[in-house]
Write a protein that binds this ligand. Structure first.
Ligand code: ADP
Ligand code: MG
Ligand code: MG
Length: 339
């Protein structure tokens, strides 16, 4: 019997378009002799589109409006063997949709409520990983209300870290709302921007030198495996939105040109983080490697990484001998596996 799969794409976050691109790749790659796949696109307003709207959105690459309230449509997910929530960022990768699917009793690809929610929030991730002994840069949390009522206290926290530092909304991705602050006078606009996007903001010390950015893929549930390590190189102050999504701005190197023991440390640390955060199915774990000093810091864990055929995560597993189509098949199988 073919497995019936519901593929969710689009969604409300700034990564709506990225998700639709990934969905086209996954749709084309899930073997039709094993799977019967139905896509449903979620509009930017968070509503589920009917088949015609979904088809149109997949072709045009975006769905700004339209669709039905999720709560009216989620019952239609009944009868599917598994859901592939190919959604990035808030309301997709953060445990919300995972909670809905858990309540509905439908297995799904990727991490559950806990792993998704904790990994999405950069502060919670840091706290959990600190207790697992994972090396990370120094950081401080600030709340919107504190910035409004006691700005001096927030500024003092930033001063403890020194400049340059990074200011980031705690629950976003794709570098949206992130600033590199080189001097105290640029701190306030960076905080205003980050707080316009999130109640929780993380201040992070910058690595001692511009870091090399290395990434590793994890695949599995309770017995996860790590891919080879990859590296992204680019010519910009940091890996900002424009550099991420402008064709030709960043270059992928697989395997990363790293000393063997550093690559091993990356893989081992990523597996430790995956377990500590209670992730499942897949994750791309991103690190900073400071070549000058040999320091290695875990930066973040992405529980639903970019998934086009040219994205880092599938490329990392391709380098390990697992084709794109084998990879998506394996992910659905992992979703159906008893845990
Ligand atoms: P996102 O989840 O939006 O990808 P990241 O935390 O990965 O956010 O930050 C985006 C980019 O900003 C990183 O890829 C890196 O280029 C730069 N960056 C972020 N934090 C630091 C830091 N502490 N030190 C140096 N560079 C950083
Ligand atoms: Mg991220
Ligand atoms: Mg990142």
């Amino acid at each position: 019997m073919k497995k019936r799969i519901l593929l969710l794409a689009g969604g409300q976050s700034g990564e709506h378009e990225v998700s639709l691109m990934s969905a086209r790749s996954v749709l084309a790659a899930l073997p039709r002799d094993q799977f019967d796949v139905t896509p449903v696109v979620i509009s930017k307003q968070g509503r589920w589109l009917p088949p015609t709207g979904t088809q149109r959105a997949l072709e045009s690459g975006e769905a700004p409006t339209g669709g039905d309230l999720v709560l009216h449509r989620v019952a239609s997910a009944e009868g599917y063997d598994a859901v592939f929530p190919l959604l990035h960022g808030p309301m997709g990768e953060d445990g919300t949709i995972q909670g809905l699917l858990t309540l509905a009793g439908i297995p799904f690809v990727g991490s559950g409520v806990l792993g998704s929610a904790v990994s999405m929030d950069k502060v919670m991730t840091k706290q959990v990983l600190a207790s697992a002994g994972v090396p990370q840069v120094e950081w401080r949390l600030a709340l919107r209300r504190e910035w409004r009522d006691q700005p001096a206290a927030v500024e003092a926290r930033a001063a403890e870290l020194g400049f340059p530092l990074f200011v980031k909304p705690a629950n976003l991705g794709s570098s949206v709302g992130i600033s590199k602050v080189s001097r105290a006078q640029y701190l306030a606009p960076a905080l205003d921007l980050a707080f316009s996007l999130d109640r929780r903001v993380i201040l992070e010390a910058m690595t001692s030198h511009k870091p090399r950015e290395v990434e590793v893929g994890i695949l599995g549930n309770d017995a996860p495996v790590a891919s080879p390590v990859g590296e992204l190189s680019f010519d910009a102050e940091f890996y900002d939105y424009e550099t991420k999504y402008t064709e030709g701005r960043a270059e992928m190197h697989i395997p990363a040109r790293l000393p063997r023991e550093v690559a091993e440390q990356v893989r081992e640390t990523a597996l430790r983080a995956f377990r500590a955060l209670d992730c499942a199915g897949l994750a791309r774990v991103d690190f900073f490697y400071v070549e000058e000093t040999g320091e290695l810091y875990l930066n973040e864990v992405n529980t639903m990484p970019g998934f086009t055929t040219t994205s880092m995560y599938p490329k990392l597993f391709e380098a390990a001998g697992i084709s794109y189509s084998e990879l998506v098949t394996r992910l659905v199988t992992l979703a159906l596996e008893e845990r």
